[in-house]
Design a protein around this ligand. Structure first.
Ligand SMILES: [Zn+2]
Length: 246
């Protein structure tokens, strides 16, 4: 009896070790929601291309990692459903992939990686509003997001009172991604930022939202839609993921 008890105790950590590491890759936008548009390109297509290329690298090289995609085709997925997929999969990490734009006719160049939070967030309100406004395409979004209005600055006050237990891990990954974008993909590094991003608020594991570049900058749009660009960006996120997981 005692022997069996000991065996159970000894087996337990092995079972835990055997649990696969689950990575959720979230290609932003899709279907009726094109995301940002510029220079003949659509954000949803760039996001998906990079998400699939990144996922393929993980699947080929990290046999201990289970990759879950929020979408693998050009379909509309509600924001809370993206978070649901990650939460139900009990994911260890959530990486959301997006492409930036400004309201100016010609945008700047560079990559940014966001974590959830309100530090200097007033600077990043434009990004939060743009990325969160996709919920207005959903039915009953007022109900689903408890009255959250993505376009009202007041709605973002809730983020100031929020504790994020995953902050440290998320910031670490964000820094690694930006470093890789700089060194591997040779992109302009526009830094790690915080913003009130709904998709990160609703996920319960460490997570980041990557902005690959500005679609309203002609040369950056050309890069983002090129095979070489997609591969270099995917490889950068992959390298950062491997370094983070170590
Ligand atoms: Zn986006």
């Amino acid at each position: 009896m005692i022997k069996r008890y000991i065996a159970t105790i000894l087996l337990l950590p092995c079972c835990l070790l055997a649990m696969p590491y689950t990575l959720v890759i979230d290609a932003g936008h899709g279907g009726k929601d094109p995301g940002a548009i510029g220079n003949g390109a659509k954000e949803k297509n760039i996001n998906l291309a990079v998400a699939l290329a990144f996922g393929k690298l993980v699947e080929q090289n990290c046999k201990d990692v289970k990759v879950v995609y929020t979408r693998k085709t050009d379909v509309f997925v509600e924001l809370h459903e993206r978070a649901n997929i990650a939460n139900c999969a009990k994911a260890d990490l959530f990486i959301s992939i997006h492409t930036n734009a400004t309201t100016a006719k010609v945008g700047p160049q560079g990559t940014e990686t966001y974590t959830l939070g309100m530090h200097r967030a007033a600077d990043n309100l434009a990004v939060a509003k743009r990325e969160n406004s996709v919920i207005t395409l959903e039915n009953d979004y007022e109900k689903k997001y408890e009255g959250f209005d993505p376009n009202s600055s007041e709605s973002y006050i809730i983020f100031e009172f929020m504790q994020d237990k995953n902050m440290e891990s998320s910031v670490k990954l964000a820094g690694l991604i930006q470093k890789q974008f700089r060194n591997t993909a040779k992109r302009i590094d526009k830094g790690v930022h915080q913003a009130g991003l709904l998709v990160l608020r609703e996920t319960s594991m460490p997570g980041v939202l990557v902005e690959l570049g500005f679609i309203n900058n002609r040369s950056e749009a050309a890069y983002l839609t090129s095979t070489a660009g997609v591969n270099a960006l995917a490889k950068s996120i992959y390298n950062a993921f491997v370094a983070y997981k170590k």
